[in-house]
Design a protein around this ligand. Structure first.
Ligand SMILES: N[C@@H](CCC(=O)N[C@@H](CS)C(=O)NCC(=O)O)C(=O)O
Length: 212
């Protein structure tokens, strides 16, 4: 399999974590988002959403959208990141969606570029925007994850854990104060103690020397 990804991309980080947890081997092909490589005609043909990640299977099948890729991976390889029990599954998905659907889209690179270029946002205003949406989403997630397990809902990492851990990387990068989110901090520590997730961390990617 080939994963088109960018080192600092939280959507790429989610998928790398799942691939590694499941012991699947893949080649990483970096897409430099800062250089705008996601807009190149070749990449646009592969992923019309103009974002990373894209996963190309060994038979050439192209998968896009990180949550869809994670769903595919969960269907074909263990350990499962979603529980079978319908209620437990809905709870895990709620936390994962709070990150992937509520925080990430409004904090995406294209949104920040639009804020700066069309609305003239300063660097301080851009940082305040990032913090605002992460605080809103993290408040939700902090309230719904477990008080009593190392990971979000159990003793093993699930879809919520990989989404949370990737988003916390972004929060640190933007200097968000995490004091109000002790459970999320606990989850990140538990995830990064696992070699599979630690290996998925942005700093360990082949394109990690590029700076934004
Ligand atoms: N919903 C998509 C979002 C993909 C996406 O936009 N990823 C970001 C990186 S985290 C990206 O490539 N942004 C490029 C841009 O905004 O130009 C997914 O989950 O795969």
């Amino acid at each position: 399999m080939t994963l088109y990804a960018y080192w600092r991309s939280t959507t790429s980080y989610r998928v790398r974590a799942a691939l590694n947890l499941k012991g699947l081997t893949y080649e990483t092909l970096p897409v430099d988002l800062v250089a705008g490589d996601q807009h190149s005609p070749d990449y646009a043909a592969l992923n019309p959403g103009l974002g990373v990640p894209t996963l190309v299977l060994d038979d050439g099948t192209v998968l896009t959208q990180s949550l869809a890729i994670l769903d595919y991976l969960d269907a074909v390889a263990a350990p499962r990141l979603l529980p079978d029990d319908p209620v437990a599954r809905a709870k895990v998905m709620a936390a994962a969606h709070a990150v992937a659907l509520d925080i990430h889209p409004v904090n995406n690179l294209r949104v920040l570029q639009h804020l700066r270029s069309i609305h003239g946002a300063s660097e301080a205003e851009t940082v305040a925007w990032m913090h605002h949406w992460m605080d809103a989403g993290f408040t939700t997630v902090e309230a719904i994850v477990s008080d009593s397990t190392p990971f979000a809902f159990s003793d093993a990492p699930d879809l919520a854990d990989v989404c949370i851990t990737a988003q916390l990387y972004n929060a640190h990068r933007w200097g968000l104060d995490m004091t109000a989110y002790p459970k999320l901090t606990r989850i990140e520590a538990a995830c990064l103690a696992l070699p599979a997730i630690a290996a998925a961390h942005p700093d360990h990617q082949p394109d990690a020397k590029v700076t934004i």
